[in-house]
Design a protein around this ligand. Sequence first.
Ligand code: ASP
Length: 329
Amino acid sequence: MKLPRRQILQLAAGAVALPAVSRYAWAQAYPARPITLVVPFAAGGPTDTIARIMGERMRASLGQTIIIENTTGAAGSIGVGRVARAEPDGYTVGIGHWSTHVVNGAIYQLPYDVLNDFDPISLVAANAQLAVVRKSFPANNLKELIDWLKANPDKASQGTAGAGSASHVSGVYFQKATGTRFQFVPYRGTGPAMQDLVAGQIDLMFDQAANSLPQVRNGNVKAFAVTAKSRLPSAPDIPTMDEAGMPGFYISVWHGLWVPKGTPKDITARLTGAVVEALADPAVRRRLDDLGQEIPPRDQQTPQALFAHHKAEIEKWWPIIKAANVKGE
Ligand code: ASP
């Protein structure tokens, strides 16, 4: 077929314009199918719990199901890597936290950059950790635990979500601060580790309060301290680390949502909007409060605030973690 020159030019212009138009229409229609939220730790653990609370409420704002996918292993770096490599189309979102997006970058040779290979959506919630032991452990407070560990080197075991996870790094920090030694037992998340603590298979854990508070309330494990400057409003009986005798042992496991780098801005804005609506919902706030979560103020629920906090945390923690020589797997 022979086309006049003008028609050829029009067709060419149309071909150039088309992707932009359809990209716009595509973003308008977003989300047109279910969204996958990748949780880099096992089901039933603290990160998974937040993902499920948020996913359920974000579904109402976005009008699409949010499928939780637990892609686990290597302290969360397998699941985070899956998000880094996913299509930047808004259909793969990842939840992560202080250890997946800060600590892992300091101890693993990762095939992705923890800061620059993602577009931030929003901070979600921050959770202090609890020092907990199995119910039958022969200590009733933090001081007795430290004394027992000193008298019994290498006898106790601590559950972790893998080398470099928040639970592991806290245990290393505790060992260094107290001069104690015990074994680390890695799991694919602290959900299954908590089951083993309740069953008495392991002795102790440091993990997000969200994971242990329900077990503490049911009397299935004993909590000795919270790694925050003040007591948790939802668990005022548990002393702070300062009060329990380990001043300055503060760890806040803050969580965020990210998408692969290059996701269109109107799509990330819809996701941020869904997070903001979820965090404003009294039912969601109640559930998070009950798990000892601190919800960021409204002006922090932005991609910019997540990026700034993430960057500042890398600058603060990488030198500390590298100096502590925590080894990845
Ligand atoms: N947050 C836990 C950790 O890093 C793992 C989990 O969520 O299961 O230790």
